[in-house]
Design a binder for this molecule. Sequence first.
Ligand code: PA5
Length: 444
Amino acid sequence: MSVKVNEKYLEGFVSQEEIKKIAPIAKEAFSLVKNHNGAGSSMLGWLTLPEDYNRDEFYRIKKAAEKIRKTCDVFLVIGIGGSYLGARAAIEFLKSPIYNSIRGNDPEVYFVGNSISPSSISDILKVCDGKDICINAISKSGTTTEPAVAFRIFREYLEKKYGEEKARERIYVTTDRAKGKLKEFSTKKGYETFVVPDDIGGRYSVLSAVGLLPIAVAGCDIDELLRGALDAKNEYSDFSMDNACVKYAALRNILYGSGKSIEILASYEPALQMLSEWWKQLFGESEGKDKKSLFPASVMFSTDLHSLGQYIQDGTRNIFETVIDIKKSKDNVTVPYDQFDVDGLNFLSGNDFNDINHKAMLATLIAHNDGGVPNIVLELEDRSEYSLGYLFYFFELSCAISGYILGVNPFNQPGVEAYKKNMFALLGKPGYEEHKKELETRIK
Ligand code: PA5
């Protein structure tokens, strides 16, 4: 069981010469990752995390998850970017995009602090009404505006509801090991804390406490998740152009070099919608710098075949797709026979939706190829914890290799600061007075 890169739908788009030409560059990129001597190499902790994770903390995560599952109806995960997307992607992938409606006895899980929308805060406060709540505030820096202001609100809510002493038992914080205001504050308040390792950036942190606690609270098997990631780590540890991570990284760079500036991640399973969001952050924030790189976009098929499908088939020819093909579905549903055959679809009666979905994928791959869109197909066994751990690791390693092939530092995100600086100035943060004046003349 692993991630298989199926190149069939690249025929006519990527040549053997191009693969030969990129091979030494890919080899060098792989070696920069493995030997920790590329840009940003102090942030490679995720590379060995599946084998050298902190066992004591892992045990505490499981204990905390058990307690949360027993004592709360609603679990709020407060975080943004890499401190949010992985956990949400995993819960939807492993359970369902409508997990909260079909969760059985598991707690409801909501993600807050990932926007500044007052409506989303108000909605979640309504959900909390009359229920027992636990919170996991996640922020490596501890000072990110969106989660920090949400944490203020929900901390106050819990303290009012339970009193400060009892609220302490319901608040969990995932942040830096030692430094930062949030760590200091949590120690003072006596909250149980978990660590975002120093050498792991947000978007590579899903297999650390950042992702593991919320994923475990939703009743998913985090041992299996890490087992999948460990098997991926072992499988992808040596360079070869047949190493799936190297292959994927090389192919997307070849396609980029041939004028395809947009990569669309496509899947045929709505449970992968948030995984696509996680993937967009991983590749977008890792590669989108120095005025170059692919733009990572996503679609959900067949839903989006009735919207963006037109553009993909027929619009500007600057795109390629990467399709995640899940081999085994969790469920089976059969099309019923209709004696009136009003829709003319009785030829489908008795067919499993999985077969129809699979045929839709094959039909689309051919149609998009005919329309001039190359497709990389990533085959994954199923929607198990094991497969997801494998896939997370596959994408993380592919992204690091791909970033080095492109010639960027895949581990920093200097561009994220620009909006923050302006926002703080416009909001009147002390120290930003001059910048505020300058911006105000520009928005008049
Ligand atoms: O990948 C990243 O580093 C970012 O997306 C961060 O995760 C995000 O900005 C949140 O940062 P923090 O965890 O410090 O609140």
